[in-house]
Write a protein that binds this ligand. Structure first.
Ligand code: AMP
Length: 365
């Protein structure tokens, strides 16, 4: 399909979490129907979608039925098995493409790819934690990348899970144990000044549009706040846009991407990218003329992108676990935009919603 989608056509979303929910709401605003495919129970996106396929990603007949009923497929979840994408892609286009997802699923492939296209990352080395010489490989890796370092599982890590820090050589055995024999990548520890991220989009014609970089703060490995604009120099801001553009073009990407960056001295290193809308882009709902969700829907529908002009300085705060109890109080604040994800149970560490507070008119642009 190269023609733009028309209102009344249907977008399929793989994954039914909060990102899918917010994508579905943006799609509805533009007149599209949404079908969600999600193996888990009670997906937040289902409440705002026309139809949900409640099946495993290995269920071929459910995947076929889903693919046949929609006009384009996107994903809000990085760990969709690529075999499921192959099956869907035989029937309907997937945007962003399969390669972007496959590269981002594997930290080793991701870092190698970023270096190949000329982007800087932390020094890294592969470690096969289940191999008989895993300890030797890790010891050599520590020589290569230096100490301190972080050992991360290649796959399925998120919010700081599947990671172990190594302060000195004595810490190596415990870090190896923590990987539970999974293949891993060892990274040199970066003493960054700031963590920032840039949310960017590429349209079907190759048009690129970048949102203002935001500054991220984490608590217990989970994103806590994103403040926009990030307190970075104009040169680094341009560099962040350049990095996003290089990555989007190299992946022949269509849709929104989230690129996490470390500020080190006077330069930027790429930590990782997410081939989807990103938690650190939620601020766009209250701070810019278009939000990341609508920009993504526009891109995958083959519509023109909107220049994402920022009109306000903002701070987005995640409501995690019991933070949800703060929502009624926040709801009375002027200039505070709330999103509650509709999850049944507020478990510790679970993202339940977020609030974006408008701090004032846009400065620093
Ligand atoms: P990740 O899952 O790769 O995004 O890592 C989660 C968090 O751990 C990041 O947001 C950083 O705060 C921190 N982190 C990850 N990799 C490194 C590194 N190589 N050096 C220093 N901090 C890191």
């Amino acid at each position: 399909m190269t023609d733009p989608l028309k209102p009344g056509q249907t977008i399929g979303i793989l994954g039914g979490g909060q990102l899918g929910r917010m994508l579905a709401m943006a799609a509805a605003r533009l007149g599209f129907h949404v079908h969600v495919f999600e193996p888990g129970a009670a997906p937040p996106a289902s409440e705002v979608a026309q139809k949900t396929y409640s099946a495993d990603y290995s269920d071929a007949s459910a995947l076929d039925a889903f693919a046949e009923a929609v006009d384009v497929v996107t994903y809000e979840f990085e760990n969709v098995p690529t075999e499921a994408l192959d099956r869907i892609e035989a029937k309907v286009p997937i945007r962003p493409n399969r390669r972007a997802l496959a590269v981002s699923q594997d930290r080793l492939e991701e870092k190698s790819f970023l270096n190949e296209i000329g982007l800087t990352t932390a020094a890294f080395a592969p470690v096969h934690c289940g191999a008989t010489d895993a300890a030797g490989e890790l010891a050599q890796g520590l020589v290569d990348v230096g100490l301190p370092a972080i050992l991360k599982t290649r796959r399925f890590g998120y919010d700081g899970k599947g990671q172990a820090r190594i302060k000195d050589a004595h810490g190596a055995p415990a870090a190896l144990d923590a990987m539970k024999e999974a293949d891993a990548v060892l990274e040199g520890f970066v003493s960054f000044k700031r963590e920032i991220s840039v949310i960017a989009a590429r349209g079907i014609t190759g048009q690129i549009a970048c949102f203002e970089p935001g500054e991220n703060h984490h608590r217990d490995g989970i994103l806590q706040t994103t403040k926009v604009p990030a307190a970075i120099s104009p040169e680094l801001r341009e560099r962040a846009f350049g990095i996003a553009g290089t990555l989007l073009a190299a992946l022949d990407y269509v849709g929104v991407i989230g690129v996490e960056l470390f500020e080190v001295d006077d330069s930027l290193m790429v930590n990782e990218f997410a081939p989807r809308v990103h938690n650190s882009g939620h601020w766009t709902e209250a701070g810019a003329v278009i939000d990341q969700f609508e920009q993504h829907i526009r891109a995958i529908a083959g519509w023109p992108l909107v220049d994402p002009v920022r009109h306000s300085n903002v701070e987005m705060t995640n409501l995690i676990g019991d933070d949800l109890d703060l929502a009624p109080g926040i709801s009375g604040e002027t200039g505070a935009r709330l999103q509650i994800y509709g999850k049944a149970e507020a478990r510790p560490g679970r993202k339940m919603g977020h609030v974006t507070r408008v701090l004032g008119p846009a400065s620093g642009r």
